[in-house]
Design a protein around this ligand. Structure first.
Ligand code: FUL
Length: 433
């Protein structure tokens, strides 16, 4: 005889995952020897003395980021070339061998100080792939790598996100590293228990599966962790699974959308006039934060060690654009009523108190209780009379933003047509768009 399966509790975020999601916008900073050699991937043979920023100013990075609405920043402490932006005790290939600040400088220290001074949370990227370390490709690299992690996670106070890049461009005859991921992740847990760990499939935050600034639609914050056998293993199918998550997934793994404000991740003078437009950045915002993801937008410092004027000005204009879009919420202070219509559907209604022209709706689930909505429609109506469908969608999660042809409405209705378990009250915002 078959026993009815006991429904398991839905996955829900840990406090660290919840805090991470609520930041909404993080600024990525790719900086290192590549900024001086004008490359995207260094090969590990770069001289440490090539690192020579004339006027490095981490406070300028942090000020620009904060003014643009970012709540956290993540710095490449070491990229694939192996050059360390802090004086690592396990390799000479670092700022200590450069002439910058007479070899006594520490970019990671200046970065974390600047984050704190500007009220931003600090995260660090430490490339697993290391083209300089002599021990790379041997079991001893796991010791080397965990020692570097320990330096970064003990010297600079609280670190809230540790970013493990899956990239590895070793050719067919290249060195292959068998990473000791359980040990690497345990090192983070031991030294910074409140930090979230990003890698292709977590264990806390998953990659969104592409670098174009576009989360999947639908986008579930739950997934099946077995989809990615190990960090760095990628296929079209894995990319799709990462983009969309999985409503039946057993773990909470929200997706992080990483993309660059420029064509490259590192600063190249030839790209100074290729900074993404306000319209393009706004699309990226709608396609990431507006699809239940978090946006990690890369803004690379120049070889002088500052963010370029073009990028800073673009960030400010983009922030103004978003502020204008969301300035007036017609539903602010209006209490939505919610009726459960079946175990997995509900109708939420809000009376705006007057007729408005609306073209944008913000929907939010209280994800502390997991993600539930699987299909919904948004309808509008005047003072009385027929409801017209404005837009429909699948997942909501932390935030869903839907734009539609402007319509004159007084009342708004969200029909939750399907949910994985009983839907909870939604937050609703209504804007001109
Ligand atoms: C990729 C890397 O190879 C790029 O250089 C960059 O760091 C990006 C964020 O991740 O995998």
């Amino acid at each position: 005889m078959a026993w009815a399966r006991t429904p398991r509790a839905r996955p829900a975020p840990s406090p660290a995952q919840l805090a991470w999601q609520r930041e909404e916008l993080s600024c990525f900073l790719h900086f290192g020897v590549n900024s001086f050699t004008d490359r995207e991937w260094g090969d590990g043979t770069e001289a440490a003395r090539s690192f020579a920023p004339g006027r490095l100013d981490a406070r300028q990075w942090a000020r620009a980021a904060r003014a643009a609405g970012f709540r956290a920043m993540i710095l490449t402490a070491k990229h694939h070339d192996g050059f360390c932006l802090w004086p690592s005790g396990v390799t000479d290939h670092s700022v200590a061998k450069s002439s910058w600040r007479s070899g006594a400088g520490d970019v990671v220290g200046e970065f974390t100080d600047a984050c704190r001074a500007e009220g931003l949370r600090a995260g660090l990227y430490l490339s697993p792939w290391d083209r300089n370390a002599a021990v790379y490709g041997t079991p001893r690299y796991n010791d080397f790598y965990c020692d570097q992690l320990a330096e970064l996670l003990t010297r600079y106070g609280r670190i809230t996100e540790v970013w493990f890049d899956g990239a590895n461009g070793e050719g067919p005859n290249g060195r292959r590293q068998a990473y000791d991921w359980p040990r690497i992740f345990a090192t983070v847990r031991r030294l910074q228990p409140d930090a979230v760990i990003f890698s292709d499939a977590g264990p806390d935050v998953r990659w969104i599966g592409n670098e174009t600034g576009s989360a999947g639609d639908p986008n579930w914050s739950t997934m099946d962790p077995a989809v990615v056998p190990a960090p760095g293993v990628w296929s079209e199918a894995i990319g799709r699974a990462l983009q969309h998550g999985d409503p039946a997934g057993s773990v909470w793994r929200p997706g992080e959308t990483d993309t660059s404000i420029r064509p490259g991740w590192f600063h190249h003078p030839a790209e100074d006039d290729k900074v993404k437009s306000v319209a393009a950045l706004t699309e990226i915002y709608f396609n990431s934060v507006g699809r239940n993801s978090k946006l990690l937008l890369n803004v690379p410092p120049t070889r002088d060690g500052v963010l370029h004027d073009n990028d800073v000005a673009r960030l400010a204009s983009w922030h103004d654009r978003l502020a204008a879009l969301f300035a007036e919420d017609f539903a602010a202070g209006r209490r939505p009523t919610q009726h459960i219509t079946s175990p997995r559907s509900a109708v939420v209604e809000v009376d705006l108190g007057r007729r408005v022209t609306a073209g944008l709706v913000r929907l939010e689930e209280d994800i502390a209780h997991g993600q539930r909505v699987a299909r919904y429609a948004v309808l509008g109506a005047g003072e009385s009379g027929a409801w017209t469908e404005l837009v429909r969608g699948e997942t909501i999660g932390y935030r869903k933003l839907d734009r539609f042809a402007p319509a004159s409405v007084r009342r708004l209705r969200v029909v939750v047509e399907d949910a994985v378990v009983a839907p909870r009250p939604l937050a609703i915002g209504v804007y001109a768009g």
